[in-house]
Design a protein around this ligand. Structure first.
Ligand code: HEC
Length: 106
């Protein structure tokens, strides 16, 4: 019994690892991150009431001509002016950029 539980735990870990490395960018994770870290200033999805008027809503950012996910992810690695350090990692910024890109279609 103890052995099979351990084996199951190890198998679960292996599957979780495989999933994590397969996910290059995950817009759903980006959406969750945006709701957690960005709503205080930005409108992160259509339907949200206005936030900080100085911060462009994400759907607007996504629809700008010349919008580029790579550039956005790169921009997010640095805290932007008037914004406290966000401490976002590489995966966070690509997920956020992918999420924001999906907003252009809505
Ligand atoms: C404390 C408020 C604040 C928070 C929190 C914040 N931002 Fe911003 N953001 C701003 C302001 C103000 C601007 C516009 C002026 C500027 O660029 O500094 C901005 C600009 C931007 C822009 C547009 C840059 C451009 O090209 O015009 C993007 C994209 C962006 N923020 C993404 C994010 C993301 C993603 C998060 C969450 C991880 C976030 N911001 C969190 C205040 C904030």
């Amino acid at each position: 019994m103890a052995i099979s539980a351990r084996t199951a735990a190890i198998a679960a870990l292996i599957v979780a690892n495989a999933l994590a490395s397969a996910a290059v960018a995950d817009p759903r994770r980006g959406a969750a991150l945006a709701r957690r870290s960005c709503t205080s200033c930005h409108v992160v999805a259509s339907g949200q009431a206005q936030a900080n008027p100085a911060a462009p809503p994400f759907p607007t950012v996504a629809r700008r001509p010349g919008f580029d996910r790579e550039k956005l992810a790169f921009f997010l690695l640095e805290p932007h002016p008037k914004t406290p350090t966000m401490g976002l990692g590489r995966r966070d910024v690509t997920d956020l950029a992918d999420y924001i890109a999906t907003l252009a279609k809505k």
